[in-house]
Design a protein around this ligand. Structure first.
Ligand code: NAD
Ligand code: TYD
Length: 361
């Protein structure tokens, strides 16, 4: 692994991954292909460690000829594919970009890799790898007593987002099976940590609570997610790149399964401790129950025994320690927050997703 094409590296997980890679892997060059949609920002790539080993290219993963050029010009041996439309609520309001980016975009990357790696034989086939980053949401929703998702759980995606990610996973696997494209896939649970766009639950709640604004909980708030600190996720992907078996899928999860309500209450408690004189004390009083998300998955949980047993990976952060780090990061990065909050498109999204949503008693 010498020359890596990271797609979506200006987004939340991609930017954390590039930071991690540059810090721990002195031998690699990183080419970062990102379209800079609403979710991507060059602010996420400021002060990279060893920044001269990182090259940013603004472009679309659907542009197959651009991807082919990058593969040839930089003699790319590894693709780590994060670029996606990633927010379930946006996929409900407008699924078309999810089909385009997540399905068509993955297809175009696979076609570029097939042509340059397998067709032109730019590098020996055993020295290349396509790593696809996916989600636990492809497996559907669990009942309260169901066993956690494992790598062989049948796919049953429920939202347009999950369906588009499932389709992309299938394409990757099919290219391995049919053309012999060397691939690995990781399916991870909900990430949180620095640089997460404040449309997702944890950063939205932190920012709203700091501003004394309502904390909107969908439905009864008893849905369960498995929260994974982003740095733990990045370490897992790096391990899979180095030691993961070609053709295999690995599930990654944080081993934390609070309800949404418990999670938001924990954030409120941390804020109460951190700001004892806040006029918004107790922050829990800001919690507001709002109309549920259509088709809302009830519970996700990950069985991570495969990656733990085969690669020795374990999450290092507990939910409490990860949340404390995340809170401190947002408190220390006011400029980053201001850049996002001042964008009209962000205000528009809040208006679109929350204003029309009724509150529940
Ligand atoms: P994100 O929305 O923060 O970032 C996505 C990035 O992709 C942005 O920088 C955006 O500009 C870029 N992008 C979008 N369309 C593009 C295109 N056509 N061409 C090039 N770049 C494009 O997403 P994230 O939270 O960092 O998620 C990264 C990956 O991890 C996604 O594939 C997502 O499905 C997966 N994932 C995320 C989570 C999570 O909790 N965030 C959980 C499981 C899986
Ligand atoms: P989210 O961060 O959007 O991730 P995902 O939908 O991919 O799991 O949401 C996490 C959970 O929080 C999910 O059950 C929906 C819920 N949620 C709220 O209750 N209120 C909100 O404002 C948001 C954004 C999410």
């Amino acid at each position: 692994m010498k020359s890596i094409l990271v797609t979506g590296g200006a987004g939340f997980i991609g930017a954390n991954f590039i930071r991690h890679l540059l810090a721990v892997d002195p031998g690699v060059q990183v080419i970062n292909l990102d379209l800079l949609t609403y979710a991507g920002s060059l602010e996420n790539l400021k002060d990279l460690p060893d920044a001269e080993r990182h090259t940013f290219v603004q472009g679309d993963i659907c542009d197959q000829s651009l991807v082919e050029c990058l593969l040839r010009r930089h003699r790319i041996d590894t693709i780590v594919h994060f670029a996606a439309e990633s927010h379930v609520d946006r996929s409900i309001h407008g699924p078309a970009p999810f089909v385009r980016t997540n399905i068509q975009g993955t297809f175009s990357l696979l076609e570029a890799a097939r042509k340059v790696w397998l067709g032109e034989g730019m590098l020996p086939p055993d020295s290349v790898r396509f790593h696809h980053v996916s989600t636990d949401e492809v497996y559907g929703s669990l009942g309260p007593r169901d066993a956690p998702f494992c790598e062989t759980t049948p796919y049953a995606p429920n939202s347009p987002y999950a369906a588009s990610k499932a389709a992309s996973d299938h394409l990757v696997r099919a290219y391995g099976h049919t053309y012999g494209l060397p691939f690995t896939i990781t399916n991870c649970s909900n990430n949180y940590g620095p640089y997460q766009f404040p449309e997702k639950l944890i950063p939205l709640m932190i920012l709203n609570a700091l501003a004394g604004e309502p904390l909107p909980i969908y439905g009864d708030g008893l849905q369960v997610r498995d929260w994974l600190y982003v740095e733990d996720h990045c370490r897992a992907i790096h391990m899979v790149l180095r030691e993961g078996q070609i053709g295999e899928t690995y599930n990654i999860g944080g081993g934390n399964q609070p309800t949404n309500l418990e999670l938001v209450q924990t954030i409120c408690r941390l804020l109460d401790e951190r700001f004892p004189d806040s006029p918004h004390q107790p922050h829990q009083s800001l919690i507001t129950f709002v109309e549920d998300r259509p088709g809302h998955d009830r519970r996700y949980a990950m069985d991570t025994r495969k990656i733990q047993g085969q690669l020795g990976w374990q999450p290092r952060e507990s939910l409490e320690s990860g949340l404390r780090k995340t809170l401190e990061w947002y408190l220390g990065n006011e400029r980053w927050i201001e850049v996002i909050r001042s964008r009209p498109s962000y205000r528009d999204w809040l208006e679109r997703n929350y204003t029309a949503r009724g509150t529940r008693a």
